[in-house]
Design a protein around this ligand. Sequence first.
Ligand code: NAD
Length: 408
Amino acid sequence: METITFFTGFNRRNFISRTARGIFAATLAPEIVRFAASAEPMGSPAPTPTSAAQGEPLPQDQRVGFALVGLGRLTQGQLLPAFRVSKRAKLTGLVSGDPAKAQKLAQENGVSTESIYDYKNFDRIRDNQDVQVVYVVLPNSMHADFTERSARAGKHVLCEKPMEVSLMKCQQMIDACRKAKVKLMIAYRIQYEPMNRAMQRMVREKAFGPVKYIESDNGQRVEKMEWRLSKALSGSGAVGDVGIYCINTIRFLLGEEPMEVFARTFRPPSDPRFKEVDATIIWQMRFASGALANCMCSFDTYDTKSYRAVAERGTFGMNPSFPYHGLKMFAKPEQPPPPQIAESDQFANELDHMADCVINGRQPYTPGEEGLQDQRIIEAIFESARTTRAVTLPRFDKLDPFRGPIPE
Ligand code: NAD
């Protein structure tokens, strides 16, 4: 990736305080900054998004081997391609209830037949030295079972969001990984995505003064009956599936945990899709610094995925903020135009972070405790909607109480 060292000749701290004009640039890691003037010439094809991880790609024999459990839409559409652009991870195993699908995907992705498992014989993965990490990509209520079995097999675990369907199951996953001395990371891709990380620095460095208010939404339409609409399999419907992006990203931006939640839910009475889960949920969160948040998520709206922070002297955010491609940052006042950050493969970013943690013995930035805290907030949202009262949450005075060291 092209590298431009923007800060050469500048004292970074003075530059930030001098004026809001350079706010975007001043808060971006130099290695990911590309200025409008240095963008690709008009008409040239957009570069394929790759991993934003630092350094050169590792040779295959030094990479960390991952097995994917669950070969559904996320795996086939995003994760298999992500291994091709990752710098530190390689695909070495597949786990599926459908042998023909597993065989086909193994052939296409260079996985040996001996490294294909089904849900029953999965525990044999213990003997597979090529697999160091198991990536759990199953319906939510199956995450704990496969995390615990992976830990017992001595494998590190990368688990999709939401972590599980109850606090008890989240805690069991943390305990199992701790007992087996393996790492547990929850796949919060936004926290590894460079534009969102630039936004986090703007909040933390008070680029426009302290943030007073954040609004965020994540809505889409779920047209057909599927496990996301099942209470037993999804746990929390739209809140855990898409609303979790609003919850988790606001926590990531501020570094604070909400002290109080107030929520309302809506379920159209005659729509068969919403017999077990809600269609649309709105909620507010209050933070110790005084920051307030307003959020909406839905399985029944046009695609909307954004956030906007309002600070003392400006407003900034991303629209869209949560899709796989086409993320856009904005800020007002905005003079001169903001720099561009190259789009990266969000799944390769998180694979590479997990691989880095394994290679260098680091704690993941988004460990199990981060997922458990989201589950605590999800449960407070439902309790508030049920009781029509604000729900108080445990108070954490330290910033980032659940996150590991900042990824390199
Ligand atoms: P999907 O329905 O496309 O795939 C689920 C897979 O699990 C399928 O291969 C299916 O055969 C298998 N499965 C096993 N038992 C099942 C059962 N009882 N019911 C249904 N399927 C069963 O789902 P997906 O969209 O790939 O989501 C999988 C996980 O990934 C979920 O936890 C979801 O929240 C998460 N996810 C994350 C992102 C992200 O951006 N990080 C995006 C999509 C999904």
